[in-house]
Structures are given as structure tokens and as C-alpha cells.
Design a protein around this ligand. Structure first.
Ligand SMILES: NC(=O)c1ccc[n+]([C@@H]2O[C@H](COP(=O)([O-])OP(=O)(O)OC[C@H]3O[C@@H](n4cnc5c(N)ncnc54)[C@H](O)[C@@H]3O)[C@@H](O)[C@H]2O)c1
Length: 274
């Protein structure tokens, strides 16, 4: 991005808002932004968790503020955008729409409430974040958006329908905004990881919790800190996608180069596993 003829990296000295900053990937984003000289509004539905992140950011010598916000409520996200400017005494230059929950289970076992809960947080939360900040970035003349989707947005793994649909929406939203906002000097990156060790299983509504949490803790190819660092680096390079792990990259390649074969592979592996 060029600002007054000078190349500016959006992750450097950012005035950033991170949703779901009280844990996992959101907390790692806040800490990495602090290391890059940023000022961060750490928002979360859990204010105590957001405050813990603020303390960690401050320990790194950076400025941060904790704000409670439920991303499923549009008025709260709009309020967060206003409050962030007042707290940081600056325009926001980067928003990271990260807050999300995990939901798993067979398609026919999912209730309408399950669908609504997941879509309200995982998809609408990101839409509200983009709606609140895009007009502000346009007015400012630049800005950056990181939307946290998931490899689930393209892997289509069985027994994860609702989560998969919510994340596919986040990816489609991000892909569209990336093209539409380019001329407005607004950069977009969408993060699509597979397993990252965080509290997502503990906090979510998923079957086989113990097993999945074991997999998350022991079989992940990365950490939330590495994922946050890589995503910010890719945003700075103007890349749209961050697909951090080797398994995520492999699924991405298979899905795009041989989509029908991939669907058969998925169905067969699921049948054999069962
Ligand atoms: N951990 C993984 O394996 C993984 C993989 C792919 C994508 N993701 C995505 O990464 C994002 C971050 O998740 P995480 O893994 O760090 O999980 P996490 O549970 O450790 O952190 C999520 C944070 O979001 C907050 N939150 C939940 N609902 C909220 C709401 N309505 N409003 C505001 N905040 C809310 C929680 O309080 C928590 O602090 C999510 O969007 C998730 O879907 C995670």
C-alpha cells in the first residue's frame, strides 16, 4: 500500500481492532501486532479474557484496550468501531474479524438454533465487522481487513455442515471484497487454517470433544502465534489467502485440481472411518 508516496505495511504500527482477542488465534494476533508497534483494541464477548490479553500486550510495551463485544449483535459491533477510535485517539487502520465458535455433528442432528448460533457468530459477525469498518477505511483512504475463515471453508469435511457453510461464506465475502476494495486502497486477507491448538473445541459444541481436543493439542502442524505472524506477513505482501499448514495446502490443491475425485475421496474415507 502507498500512502503519501511512502510504502506502508498494514501490520506495522497499526491501530487495530481484533475480535475474539481473549483467546487462541485472536490473542496471538494482538501480541504479534504489539511486537510490530501497534495499538490494539482487544474485544471479546468475555471481557475478563480480553483484559488478560491487554495485560500481555502491555507487558510487551504496547498500548491496548479491552472492550466487550458480542459480534453476533450488529449494534455492538458498530459501537465497537466508534469506541475503538475514541480509545486509541486515531482512525482504525486494521480490523481482524476473528471471533468464532466450533460446531460439529451430523446434518440431520443440527437444530435451527444450532444453525442460527453458528451463522450469527461465524458469518454475520464477520459481515458486521466489514460493514462497520469499510466505510471508515474508504473515508480514511486506506485500511486492511483480515477475516478468519478456516480450511473448513473448502474441505467440506462431513459432520461439520454448519461450520463449513459459515466459513465458506467468510471466504466468499473476503474474496469478493478483495476485488471490490482494491481500488479503494483496502487490503483483504482471509485466513484458512486446519487445526490450530486453541480453546475452540473446549468452547464449542462438538461431539467426541476429548478426542478432538487431543487431536487439536497434539496433531496440529502449527501454533496460533505462527499462524498470526504468517497472516500479517501475507497481508503486508498484498496476498489474499493465508493457508498456513501443509495439510491445508494439500486439501486446497486437491479440491481445485480434481474436485470430483476429491468428493469421492472424502465420501469413501468417511464411510471407511465409520
Ligand atoms: N483452532 C482451530 O483449529 C481453528 C481452525 C480454523 C479456523 N479457526 C477459527 O479461528 C477463530 C478463532 O478461534 P480460536 O481457535 O482462537 O478459538 P478460541 O475459542 O480459543 O477463541 C475464540 C474467542 O472468540 C470469543 N468469542 C466467541 N463467541 C464470540 C462472540 N459472539 N463475540 C465475540 N467474541 C466471541 C471467545 O470468547 C474466545 O475468546 C475462529 O473464527 C475459528 O473458527 C480456528
Amino acid at each position: 500500500m502507498k500512502l503519501f508516496g511512502k510504502k506502508v505495511k498494514p501490520s506495522q504500527k497499526a491501530f487495530a481492532v481484533v475480535t475474539g482477542a481473549g483467546s487462541g488465534i485472536g490473542r496471538s494476533f494482538a501480541l504479534e501486532l504489539a511486537k510490530r508497534g501497534g495499538t490494539i483494541v482487544c474485544s471479546d464477548i468475555n471481557l475478563d479474557a480480553a483484559k488478560e490479553t491487554v495485560a500481555l500486550v502491555e507487558a510487551l510495551g504496547a498500548k491496548a484496550f479491552a472492550v466487550q463485544c458480542d459480534v453476533a449483535k450488529e449494534e455492538q459491533v458498530n459501537q465497537l468501531a466508534e469506541q475503538a477510535e475514541q480509545l486509541m485517539q486515531s482512525a482504525v487502520t486494521l480490523v481482524i474479524n476473528n471471533a468464532g465458535i466450533g460446531l460439529g455433528g451430523k446434518f440431520d442432528e443440527m437444530s435451527s438454533e444450532d444453525w442460527k448460533w453458528c451463522m450469527d457468530i461465524n458469518l454475520w459477525g464477520v459481515i458486521y465487522g466489514c460493514r462497520a469498518f469499510v466505510p471508515k477505511f474508504k473515508q480514511l483512504g486506506h485500511g486492511a481487513i483480515i477475516n478468519v475463515a478456516s480450511a473448513a471453508s473448502f474441505t467440506a469435511a462431513p459432520e461439520m455442515t454448519v461450520y463449513n457453510v459459515s466459513k465458506a461464506g467468510v471466504r466468499a465475502l473476503s474474496e469478493t471484497l478483495s476485488a471490490e476494495l482494491r481500488k479503494s486502497n483496502i487490503k483483504v486477507n482471509v485466513l484458512c487454517p486446519t487445526l490450530v491448538p486453541t480453546n475452540i473445541i473446549k468452547n464449542g459444541k462438538v461431539p467426541h470433544k476429548g478426542l478432538l481436543d487431543y487431536a487439536l493439542t497434539n496433531l496440529a502442524f502449527t501454533t496460533s502465534d505462527k499462524v498470526a505472524k504468517l497472516t500479517l506477513d501475507r497481508l503486508d505482501k498484498g496476498e489474499l489467502y493465508t493457508i498456513p499448514q501443509i495439510d491445508a495446502k494439500l486439501f486446497w490443491l486437491m479440491k481445485r485440481t480434481a474436485p470430483n475425485l476429491y468428493a469421492k475421496f472424502l465420501g469413501t474415507s468417511y464411510r471407511l472411518m465409520k
